[in-house]
Design a protein around this ligand. Structure first.
Ligand code: HAM
Length: 423
């Protein structure tokens, strides 16, 4: 008997990026890189593994990423190493280790590549995903915050993405955050009974993380929680106001979101996320913020810094959705009823296609109902309904699938009539 082999499948949470998609990946990367370069950014390429300690110290011990999501294993000498869950920590490590600051403290760097987080896989959430990161070192001015968000926004505008919002918050600094943390902790302590088990744990170790919780029973507690912006010191408040003025002057539509704390502990002051209404639960397509303490915390000199990462997988999904709507759906679906009209509709479909009108026709025998169903499914803008009676009468019906309006089109010179109708 012939031996049969099992198929070996890829690992859950990982994915293949197939030829249909790679063009879009390249287009997005090229668009972002061209723009970043015109704002003075240079590329840096870094290893995918780093010492585990780097992520523990930067992202924070009591974050979901470090507590539950890192791929960590022993190196050849038994030391713990981790597949990077994000790139900022590595960029900072390199800025310090390679003494980039000594040559020129102001560095604008970008990097593209895969990140790894052992999260529960779902649509838009993978265990290997890709980011484009942009990081700026050495500039304290709020103008750079506004400019970075402006640059990020411009990437999305160049890619013609709509339905986006910029969520903005300030997370304060070591001078003002402790009093906020205290207020938050005492609010949470008074509501412990309503918190999920994760938040009960977070409450002491890292109360800010509670504001991130998505569990429904925690939402009421979160809604009533104090806001960081009410606790900002004068310097942080001035900085935050200046960022907002900068964004407003460039016409960037932002929303203040006091619950935006981000999932990483290194942020200070400005924190932001770009969210979309088109991808369901995984709605953040980019996120970032200021991390003025991190260079020092990782053993470097005191240098302010700010950056963001775009989630490429989600951005590709958004761009491809737009393409599907704009380009790949048919202008005309020919609903041909019966064998007798086949020859004529075959001719018309060739003529329409030749004229550059996206035409779809089903050369099988189906009922009008089944044909309309398919037209709907593939997103056809119009359906041309053709039965024997229509051919005898010399006119066919063109139905607009959105407005449901129907017009009669004479068969004589039909292609031209349809062309006119579509413009
Ligand atoms: P983050 O918010 O953890 O920030 O990730 C940035 C973006 O990466 C998210 O908005 C999302 O689009 C994408 N992303 C995150 N996790 C996944 C996943 N499991 N599957 C698919 N996409 C995902 C950071 O990583 C910071 N390092 C950003 C930063 C740079 N802050 C300052 N500089």
């Amino acid at each position: 008997m012939e031996e049969r082999f099992n198929m070996i499948q890829l690992i859950r949470g990982f994915k293949d990026i197939l030829p249909d998609e790679t063009q879009t990946w390249r287009h997005i990367e090229d668009t972002a890189i061209a723009l970043f370069q015109s704002f003075g950014f240079k590329e840096i390429r870094l290893p995918i593994v780093e010492k585990t300690e780097l992520f523990q110290r930067s992202i924070g011990e009591h974050t979901d990423i470090v507590e539950k999501e890192m791929y960590t294993f022993a190196g050849s000498k038994g030391e713990l190493i981790t597949l990077r869950p994000e790139a900022t920590a590595s960029v900072v490590r390199s800025y310090i280790q390679q003494k980039l600051y000594a040559k020129e403290p102001i560095q604008k760097l970008y990097t593209i590549g895969p990140m790894f987080r052992r999260e529960r896989p779902q649509k838009g959430r993978y265990r290997q995903f890709y980011q484009i990161n942009a990081e700026v070192f050495g500039i304290e001015s709020p103008y750079i915050d506004a400019q970075l968000i402006f640059m990020l926004w411009t990437v999305f505008m160049r890619l013609e993405i709509t339905g986006l919002s910029v969520q903005l918050n300030s997370l304060g600094c070591p001078a003002c955050r402790p009093s906020f943390k205290e207020a938050l902790a005492s609010h949470l302590a008074s509501k412990t009974g309503s918190l999920c088990s994760d938040c009960v744990r977070r409450q002491d170790k890292n109360p800010l993380r509670v504001l991130d919780c998505k569990v429904p029973s925690c939402q009421e507690v979160i809604d009533d929680a104090p806001s960081m912006v009410d606790y900002l010191c004068d310097d942080c408040a001035r900085h935050f106001n200046a960022v907002q003025s900068g964004l407003a002057s460039q016409g960037i539509p932002f929303e203040l979101n006091p619950r935006l704390v981000r999932g990483l502990d290194y942020y200070t002051r400005t924190a932001f996320e770009i969210q979309t209404d088109a991808l369901g639960a995984q709605n953040a397509i980019a996120g970032g913020g200021r991390y003025d303490m991190l260079v020092k915390m990782l053993g470097g000199p005191e240098q302010p810094a700010i950056g963001f990462a775009i989630g490429l997988d989600r951005l590709v999904a958004l761009v491809m959705q737009g393409l599907a709507q704009k380009e790949l759906t048919p202008d005309i679906f020919i609903a041909a009823l019966g064998e007798k009209v086949r020859e004529k509709t075959f001719e018309w479909s060739c003529a329409l296609g030749q004229e550059g009108i996206r035409t779809e026709i089903d050369f099988s025998d189906k009922s009008l109902k089944a044909l309309m169903k398919r037209a709907n499914r593939i997103g056809a803008a119009n359906v041309l309904i053709v039965g024997t009676q229509e051919i005898e009468e010399g006119a066919v019906l063109l139905r607009n699938m959105q407005t449901k309006e129907q017009v009669t089109i004479p068969i004589e010179g039909m292609v031209n009539h349809i062309k006119k109708h579509l413009t």
